[in-house]
Ligand binder design. Sequence first.
Ligand code: SRM
Ligand code: SF4
Length: 557
Amino acid sequence: MSDSKNLSSTERIKQKSDALRGTLVESLEDEITGAISEDDTALLKFHGMYQQDDRDLRERRAEKKLERLYSFMIRLRLPGGLMTPQQWIATHHIAGEYSTGVIKITTRQTLQLHGLLKSRIKPTIKAFNKVKLDSIAACGDVNRNVTCAAHPMQSPIHEQVHAYAARLSELLLPKTRAYYEIWLDEVKITDKIQEEDPLYQDRYLPRKFKIGIAIPPNNDLDVLINDLALIAIIENDELKGFNIAIGGGLGMTHGNTETYPRLATVIGFVAGEENLFKAVYEIATIQRDYGNRSDRKLARLKYTVDKYGTEWYKTELEKRTGFALEEARPYSFTDRTDHYGWHQNHKGLWYYTPFIENGRILDDETQALKTALLEIAGTEKANFRFTCNQNLILADISKKDKPAIEKILKKYRILENTEAASHIRKNSIACVALPTCPLALAEAQRYLPALLDRIEPLLAKHELSDENIIIRMTGCPNGCGRPFSAEIGFVGTAPDRYNMYLCADHEGTRLNKLYKENLDEAAILKELDLLFWLYKKERGHGETFGDFSLRQRWYKA
Ligand code: SRM
Ligand code: SF4
């Protein structure tokens, strides 16, 4: 069981929080500061928000003896990443009225708004609530947004599998009414029994907990990086059940060898809805009871699995559920990318995936994406599905409505921009990083597009422009843009410096390895020039860049 003597400070904050209420109401009312109290910042995460400040302005404000420019980021809970056109319209207006206006699609197929001032949080949540959207448990030591394979056109039973994302999200929601009381002015409940929480109890989980559901052969969500990965097993177009894998997670700390990225290990197969739900629930209770509660850096499920062993975890799970897992069923992933442009499913419905660089939805000099999406939502002829590659699929469009949507896409240069984007750019991900992320050591989404401007000519020089190389960048080793499962991964170490990782596979079943440390842009480009030259010259037939890098042993011993 977890050490209850040496609890981290966050454990104590959770425990004395009165079911996540803390002093959030008082913090909100405090007009002296744009911030909330320190303990409340930990609790706010469970309500789907983070306190941040504009790091670009820190020094200037400090010189003027001004408080940091505090603001808040809100992340929606959107299991499986599905939104109606009406919900999109509301999100568009909320973003414009209360946040920076930019809507960010995240790597867990939901949306974030940045730059909300303290006084705007409540109106924002109320406006989302009107269209049945919330941010409960989008952050914090609870189950996070459940991700699911995004491509409906790829499987006739996509809807059936997709429904599990919403139901698992419901199953693992905290029972507290704090969110409704604080943000939506629901009357405070006096009967505490109503919010007793057998799963989370009073200390919640030791750390964040992530679930993903893949539908092979596509692995667009990088399912094995989740604490709990479910892999749908489909035979003869029928859903038979799910393989269960545990212990994925990417975060690490530079220089701390006790921390590491890890892919989930498959422990068995489960058939039937009741058993699946039981297994998911009990995997969470084991982590609750055995996860590390004294050192948050070692508190994710992956460390619990490695401390006690996979077999132990499985045995404990079977003891708690009362049934044995079956032997894992065969499956294989062949693809991890989004499918840009128009595609049609088995029912004849159409899907369009535009290229959205790093998930940032805004109007700029190349295209009027935000305006186009508002106009498309206004037609009510397309649903919005977000992908874990920070993209959007305009979904479920009938043959009759396709020309109208296409006309809008053309008018605002979305078609043109999507067609023009290079393969490597379409396979890129960058995390938010500066200026809002407090943990960023280097730039990511503000820099990767410019770096790609310089990488594209190198690929052209070596006649590799048509290769689908997966490239990702993050501003620190927490791994939010999943750089450790990229064929070329850049992880920030300091301003303008990155560690470079190579050797992951194309399908998301092998992590990469450290190749070179602390490279600046000139060094990155020099390395890539050489690596691309060798790849072009010596690759085997159809060999991917990641597989070639591994064969060449391009990693530090
Ligand atoms: Fe993340 C923390 C952004 C996906 C691992 N992540 C953060 C914070 C909240 C920084 C903080 O703690 O104050 C970042 C907010 C930046 C900002 O200004 O918005 C942040 N993470 C993101 C997003 C928005 C990146 C993006 O550009 O899309 C993704 C939001 C996902 C969502 O909708 O829920 C995001 N984060 C991930 C992923 C990828 C995934 O889940 O597919 C990972 C790696 C997988 C994993 O969990 O191991 C990830 N984020 C982390 C970690 C490392 C956790 C660890 O085990 O060590 C942190 C730091 C922490 O928790 O202490 C972190
Ligand atoms: Fe911030 Fe690091 Fe996550 Fe990027 S990887 S968003 S820099 S915590």
